[in-house]
Structures are given as C-alpha cells and as structure tokens.
Design a protein around this ligand. Sequence first.
Ligand code: NAP
Length: 229
Amino acid sequence: MGKPEVIINVASSLDGIIGSEEGALSLSTEEDWIRVHELRNSVDAILIGINTVISDDPLLNVRYTETKSPHPFRVVLDSKCRIHLDSKIIQDQHRFPTIIFVSHKSSEEKRSKLQRLGVKVELIEERDERNFLDMRTVLKVLNTKYFVNRVLVEGGSTIITQLLKNQLVDVLHIFYRFVFVGNKGGKNLYDDLLVQDVPNALMFEAVEITKLDEGILVTLTPIKNIDDK
Ligand SMILES: NC(=O)c1ccc[n+]([C@@H]2O[C@H](COP(=O)([O-])OP(=O)(O)OC[C@H]3O[C@@H](n4cnc5c(N)ncnc54)[C@H](OP(=O)(O)O)[C@@H]3O)[C@@H](O)[C@H]2O)c1
C-alpha cells in the first residue's frame, strides 16, 4: 500500500484531556518537550489537523537539538483550506516545508495563494466514514510522492481517533502529566463513542513506561484489531 510507519505523540492529563475549550493546555514539561523535539528529528514528516493549527498556531519545527537535513515536512489535513495565511506553519517554507492536504471543497484562490508562498498543496477526493480526508490516501501520497517512511502525528484528538479507529497506528507515545484538569469543554484524547465493555475496546500493550519530570511516558503498540472482535 505504501504506508509509512505512523507514530502518535500526545500529552494528556490523568483524566484523558489534551486540550481546553480555548485550545492548548501546557501539559508537556521541559523534559518531555525536549524528547518530543528529538522524536520530531527522527521522522520524515510531522502531521496535525487543521483545528490544532487554528487553535494553537504551532511552529511544528525541530528545536532544542541539532536538526537533521532535510527538515521533516510539516503536514496539515485541512479539507476546506481554512488555514490562516499568517499561521506560523506557513512561514519559512524554504527552511521548514509544509504540505497541506485539501479537497475540492476548498477555494482555488486560497490554494493558489498558498502555492505562491511555497506551500505544497495536495488535492485528494477520497473520504472516510466521517467524511474526512481519507487517511490511507494521505499516507500513501506522503510515502510514494514525498518518500515519507516515518510520520509523527501530534494531534489533535479527531486526527488521533481516526488513525486509531482505522488501525493505522504503529506506535503511540502518551505523556501523562500528573494533573486532573476536568473535562467540561475539554478535548478528549479519543473522541469516539464509549464502548460497552473493555473486551470491545481498542487494546494496546506497553512497550516502555518511563518516569519523567511531573509525569510518565507510556509507549504502546496495538495488540488487537477491530476485526478480531
Ligand atoms: N496535548 C496535546 O498533545 C495536543 C496536541 C495537538 C492538539 N491538541 C489539542 O487538540 C485540540 C484540537 O483537536 P481537534 O480534535 O479539535 O482537531 P484536529 O484533530 O487538530 O483537527 C481535526 C480537523 O482536521 C480535519 N481533517 C481532515 N482530514 C481528517 C481526518 N482524516 N481525520 C481527522 N480530521 C481530519 C477536519 O477538518 P476539515 O473537515 O475542515 O478538514 C477535522 O475537523 C486543540 O485543543 C489542541 O490544543 C493537544
């Protein structure tokens, strides 16, 4: 199929919240943040959803470590091309290239503006069961056209959920900060329906559990496919 290895990295509270109503929560500690940048430096692309770009305006580049060359692609899934042209991720295309996946729902004028700024725009039509851009197609394009063999996915919860549900995740790193933040208006790590009982849940095994400053890092791999139920 031409699928890159998919690694998810996310920071969560103990109650499974990764973002607030207003956007970013400062859940990573400095030690965790340095680890994330080393992880970014080990992949060919770093992928996020458009809501994370709009709410957090991340740079999504490699810092705190000697950056490999070429810099990993920054990838955004944005079917309607809602991205703001002044987003940080649109800046510095010559140093940190960005690929935006859109559908025909997006405005041609906006796509052209992005291309003039040096952004690579990929138009795909395939949709998934929730009418989002089809993740398998996105991964295939990244692998076959941009030679991406390892992609790091940094959120948000909608992107993570779609990857987990479609069994496309190879490795999942969750940094649990030892805090409770409450779930009113919060973004859950996994935003799908509650299962009736644990045997029906997506299951993982822990490959490594590491105590970090003010939290733990849990590294997991899937052990059960939805089809196995
Ligand atoms: N703690 C952490 O580590 C962390 C990391 C990242 C983000 N966050 C938080 O997560 C929150 C944002 O998460 P979110 O769930 O609202 O949004 P998101 O996952 O960032 O973006 C979701 C959007 O991406 C687009 N999309 C296109 N193709 C998709 C696909 N195949 N699957 C899923 N989405 C697809 C859709 O918008 P269109 O329909 O318009 O294309 C969708 O609504 C923010 O609060 C942010 O702070 C936390």
